[in-house]
Design a protein around this ligand. Sequence first.
Ligand SMILES: Nc1ncnc2c1ncn2[C@@H]1O[C@H](COP(=O)(O)OP(=O)(O)OP(=O)(O)O)[C@@H](O)[C@H]1O
Length: 288
Amino acid sequence: MEIVFENVDFTYQPNSPFSHQALKNISLRIKHGDYAAFIGHTGSGKSTLLQHLNGILRPTSGTVRIGDFELTTKKNNAIKSLRRKVGVVFQYPEHQLFEETVERDILFGPKNFGMDMEEAKHKLPVILEEVGLPTDVLQRSPFELSGGQMRRVAIAGVLITDPNVLILDEPTAGLDPRGRKQIMSLIDSLHKKKRMTIILVTHHMEDVLRHANQAFVLSEGELVMQGEPVEVFQEEERLQDIGLGIPEELQLINQLQQALGLPITYHHQSPSELGKDIAQALHAGGNR
Ligand SMILES: Nc1ncnc2c1ncn2[C@@H]1O[C@H](COP(=O)(O)OP(=O)(O)OP(=O)(O)O)[C@@H](O)[C@H]1O
C-alpha cells in the first residue's frame, strides 16, 4: 500500500479563536515496504500527521491516499476497512490495555472489526511467537507484565488484524536500553519477514539511522527535509537550527574526519564494523 500526501493542511479547531494550523502543505510519498521515520521537535506535527494515516483525522485541505483509499475533507464509510489495514500502536499503548487478560486485550481489535473470532483465536499462538511472548501470557493480566512485554501485547493486538502498514508512535518511550533494543529488533523482523510498511515516530536519531530507509523531518507543521537517513543527517547545522541533533556515531565520524582530514563513510555498520572502518582509515592516513 503506497501512501501519498498531496498538499495536506490540517487545522485544529478551525474558525475558533483557538485555531491552530498543525500541518502546512505536506506532500510526501512512502512506498510499499518502506521503513519511514518521522522526526521533529515536540509539537512539530508528527502525531497529527500519523493520525491522518488511519483516518482518525482528515485533512482540512489536500488529499491523503493510502493504497486505493482516498482520505479527503469528506467523510468516508470505508474508514473501518482502512483501519484494519493500517495498524497504529499509539504512544504508551499500555495506557490502552484495559481488559482482564492479555488474550482479551489482543482480541479487542478483531472483535471491534467484526472479524471471525474463532479464526482470530486460532491465530493467537502465531502472533505471540511473532512478537516474542510465550503462550502462557494469554491468561495473565496485562498489568502484571513488564513495560516491554506490554508493548509487545499492544503490537500483537494490531498484528492480529493483519495490517499492511504498521505505525508506531514512540514505541520505545520509557523503556530501558535493553527493552528499547528488543522492541526495535522486533519491528525490524516484522518489516523483513512480513514485508510490512513501517512508519515510526521517534526522538532517537540512532534508531532512525540504523533501522529506517526514509527520514522525514517536521518543523512547525512543515516538512522541511526528507531522504535517506544518512543524507538527512549530513545536514547537521540545519537540524540543529530546528532543535534536533544527529546520531552519536555520525558525530564521531564527523569529528574524526575534521581532526584527521580522512574520509570515513557510514553505511549501516554495526559499531564494531564502524570501528574497523575507522581503524582502516587511520591506518591508510598514517601510510600516506
Ligand atoms: N487537539 C488539539 N487541539 C489544538 N491543538 C492541538 C491539538 N493537538 C495538538 N495540537 C497542537 O498541534 C501541534 C502539533 O502537535 P502534535 O501532537 O502533532 O506534535 P508532535 O510533533 O507529535 O509532538 P510530540 O513530539 O510532543 O508528541 C502542537 O502545537 C500542538 O499543541
